[in-house]
Unconditional design. Structure first.
Length: 209
């Protein structure tokens, strides 16, 4: 493969950012070059996930020969210092705790009796996924009751006037748990691949009810 060295692959994004995947298809992380020089991003981090999808799922990077770095005024860093670094747990990318002062009063009242299930509606734009921008599930709404969340999805599907959204927008439901612990609100998000939301997103959406 173009760009392959011994245990690494040099690449350039379509936006002009130069990077190095470490290990087999980034199995040891990725380095990106920017104003601060080479910056390491561990496996499982948001940056790694985005670039990994961009390169190996959607084929939207150009792989370079290692010698091409010199023509760009760059030199290959000591890659050994990055080998074997621990991966990031996907959930650790998204904070699960928030100061109670930042939580809407109506949400805190609901948590007065103990932990509560919350039903988060996730949206995927399959058109963007198909363009090769990666698959991402973002929070669209949140409800205390499953029935309310299901009605929201059904209403969106039935009454969406935009033809493109009717064709390409796909909704799914994610159950999380929310509780108050002293001066904080805490969530068990149980995030899976492609799901992008934090406890702050959950309480913000609940505050809109």
């Amino acid at each position: 493969m173009a760009g392959a060295g011994k245990g690494f692959q040099v690449f350039e994004t379509f936006g002009g950012t130069v990077g190095i995947f470490l290990g087999e298809q980034g199995s040891d992380g990725v380095l990106l070059h920017g104003k601060e020089g080479w910056v390491f991003h561990a496996v499982g981090s948001l940056a790694w996930d985005s670039l990994h999808q961009e390169a190996f799922r959607n084929h939207r990077v150009d792989f370079l020969e290692p010698k091409e770095l010199k023509a760009k005024g760059l030199s290959l860093p000591d890659l050994g210092q990055y080998r074997g670094r621990p991966a990031v747990n996907w959930e650790d990318n998204f904070p699960a705790r928030l100061p109670a002062a930042k939580v809407p009063a109506a949400v805190l009242r609901e948590l007065g009796g103990g932990p509560r299930p919350v039903f988060v509606v996730l949206l995927e734009d399959r058109y963007e996924t198909g363009l090769g921008d990666g698959k991402y599930l973002y929070p669209e709404a949140a409800f205390w009751e499953r029935d309310a969340a299901e009605r929201f999805i059904a209403d969106r599907k039935a009454n969406e006037k935009d033809a493109a959204k009717r064709e390409w927008h796909e909704y799914s439901l994610k159950e999380v748990s929310l509780r108050r612990e002293g001066d904080e609100a805490a969530a068990e998000l149980r995030l899976e691949s492609y799901q992008h939301f934090s406890v702050e997103d959950v309480v913000r959406l609940l505050g809109l009810l």
